[in-house]
Design a protein around this ligand. Structure first.
Ligand code: DAH
Length: 329
């Protein structure tokens, strides 16, 4: 009798131990306790026994049944816990995994250079002012001593919105607008987009300039020179040399052009900006008395500065917006 019990219990015990999922456990439960299950078929064997042995056999079978039930229900409990654990693991973020790299955006190199220039001039006491990109021909030309017949207009051909309004060709109109609306002393820096009929490796139809000017009671060309040298060295590096050449602009007298050294040792110079002392007629046009007020002014191309700063030889790289290029800044 004991032998039957051992054998029966042994095989089922082994099966219970091998169970891996609740599904398997359920199958085994049906197999053992189901209507055509192993227990039922063992009980059927009772009939074959002599009446004396039947009672004992029944008792042993019932005990065995209870033992199996206990073993199986314990196993099921453990399996349930395991599955719960697995579910938690599946649903939880694994903080030890390497992160997905996220690439951060950044400012366009031209925006960076604008901000840097504005920063340099702000620290020197200049105030940031903005002016419209659609300008009247009066502010863009006439008020800056450039009447319609003036040859300087050739270099400033632009897009006209209507007979009177155009896309500004330089940031200089901000001089007139500011002097008209505010009393000097003035120290102004004004960055912005300007437009011309140009397109090659060093010219764009839409580009950026930064206009800087000061109006006060006794401003001389020495102030212009000191401001420029200081600013250029701050922006482009202390090793840069600056060269002044006489030039002509309708709105300054005297006028100069300023070059910066590049390819040190090879004595190469790059034209960077136009400058001068504000023409007395410009002050008059804006309602100021030139006997009382003087000023200096200069305007520089932002892309030119960026090209020098980063060693770029084609200005068209900037508006191309090719990521491989932009990622270098
Ligand atoms: N507006 C001139 C240009 O775009 C540059 C310039 C020259 C600006 C002389 C100035 C200046 O303020 O004084 O070509």
């Amino acid at each position: 009798m004991e032998e039957i019990r051992e054998l029966f219990l042994g095989t089922i015990k082994e099966k219970i131990e091998k169970l891996k999922t609740l599904e398997e456990a359920e199958k085994l439960r049906v197999n053992v306790f189901g209507r055509n299950g192993m227990i039922k078929s063992k009980f059927k064997e009772i009939k074959k026994l002599s009446p004396e042995k039947r009672a004992e056999f029944g008792k042993v079978l019932n005990n065995t049944k209870r033992e199996i039930e206990l073993l199986l229900s314990e196993k099921i409990k453990r399996l349930k816990e395991m599955e719960k654990q697995n579910e938690i693991i599946e649903k939880t973020v694994d903080l030890t995994l390497p992160g997905a790299r996220r690439s951060f955006g950044r400012l366009h190199p031209i925006t960076q250079v604008i901000q840097e220039c504005v920063d340099v001039f702000s620290k020197m006491g200049f105030e940031v002012v903005e002016a419209p990109e659609i300008e009247t021909s009066y502010y863009n030309f006439k008020a800056l001593n450039t009447p319609e017949w003036h040859p300087a207009r050739d270099l400033h051909d632009t897009f006209y919105v209507d007979d009177e309004r155009l896309l500004r060709t330089h940031t200089s109109p901000v001089q007139i607008r500011t002097m008209e609306s505010r009393k000097p002393p003035l120290r102004i820096v004004s960055p912005g987009r300007v437009y011309r009929k140009d397109y090659d490796s060093s010219h764009l139809p839409a580009f950026f300039q930064i206009e800087v000017f000061a109006v006060d009671r006794d401003i001389s060309i020495a102030d212009l020179k000191a401001t420029l040298e200081n600013a250029i060295k701050s922006i482009l590096g202390k090793d840069k040399r600056v060269r002044f050449r006489p030039h002509y602009f309708p709105f300054t007298e005297p006028s100069i052009e300023v070059d910066v050294s590049f390819l040190e040792g090879k004595n190469r110079w790059l034209e960077l900006l136009g400058a001068g002392m504000i023409h007395p007629q410009i002050l008059r046009n804006a309602g100021l008395d030139p006997n009382e007020w003087q000023g200096f002014a200069f305007g520089m191309g932002i892309e030119r500065i960026a090209m020098l700063k980063y060693g770029i030889d084609d200005i068209r790289e900037f508006p191309r917006n090719y990521l491989g290029f932009l990622k270098n800044f």
